[in-house]
Design a protein around this ligand. Sequence first.
Ligand SMILES: [Zn+2]
Length: 342
Amino acid sequence: MPVANYDNYCRMLDRAREGHFAYPAINVTSLTTANAVLKGLAESKSDGIIQVSTGGGAFASGSAVKDMALGAISIAKHVHLVAERYPIYVALHTDHCQADKLDKLVIPLVEETEKRRAAGKPNLFNSHMFDGSALPLKENLDISVKLLERFQKNDLVLEIETGVVGGEEDGVVGKASDKLYTTPEDTLEVANRLNKIKGGRYLLAATFGNVHGVYKPGHVKLKPKVLKECQDAVAKKYGEAARFFLVFHGGSGSSIEDIHEAIDYGVVKMNLDTDMQYTFTRPIVDHMFRNYDGVLKVDSEVGNKKIYDPRSYLTLAEIAMAERVKLAVTELKGVGTTMYKA
Ligand SMILES: [Zn+2]
């Protein structure tokens, strides 16, 4: 299927919340990792989300260029080309973009979308995240309102964050504090500001003790009930229709019980990065250790071309990552839920 258009993407989100399942949103940085996600989703008969971070975009553009928007466009174009061969819908999203990086990632991508639309071409991306969680809530929402007004005109969905996700992702280190738990007051203010924008659609990453990266069990104290409190507060004040579409960040290493509870409270998108990174690298490590004298030219030997050809171990990595995507879909209760009809 082609990449989901705006209507399909909105329908994906609606179906997930109604049907109590969620989409894995997987960070990719290359053709191989993007292909792994498509393979895993297709084999699960599940739709899903491919996302690119600021660092992922910079990486994809090449170490000599390091242009995060250009790299994100490059990955998006690849996904548009190959997605046609997979019997599922995929949406394209960009991950955490802090206020100081908006001009390097989100704004150039929105400009690109505006140019494409003016030329009668479809959007490359479905949604972008603005991460203003490090700012005071008012500033966070002032920027979010401006973005959502512009996104609404361009069939783009906005993702925002209140509270702070702990841990480290892409070199950005979150601080541990009570902001690790979003409050109902904060999310009421989100609804107050953003729901006024007619036709605007947004996702909310409300934090409930989430931590980026992966930690030994017991390190993270997730409290999914925080999400329920926020949803109950917003439904009480603004009506059932105002319930949020929530995003689960820092989900690597979470227990299945916490994941399912979060889905019951309206999580429709769960970000997966760290677990995927490890899963991708694991078989490569195995390959190198097992084939030590094939990948290296030791003692004036010539090595083994078949073994050091990057395709040999990158294929293993792709297959392993696709399997991890399938596990994620299962944990998120999404198996067989694709909207695609053959
Ligand atoms: Zn995140």
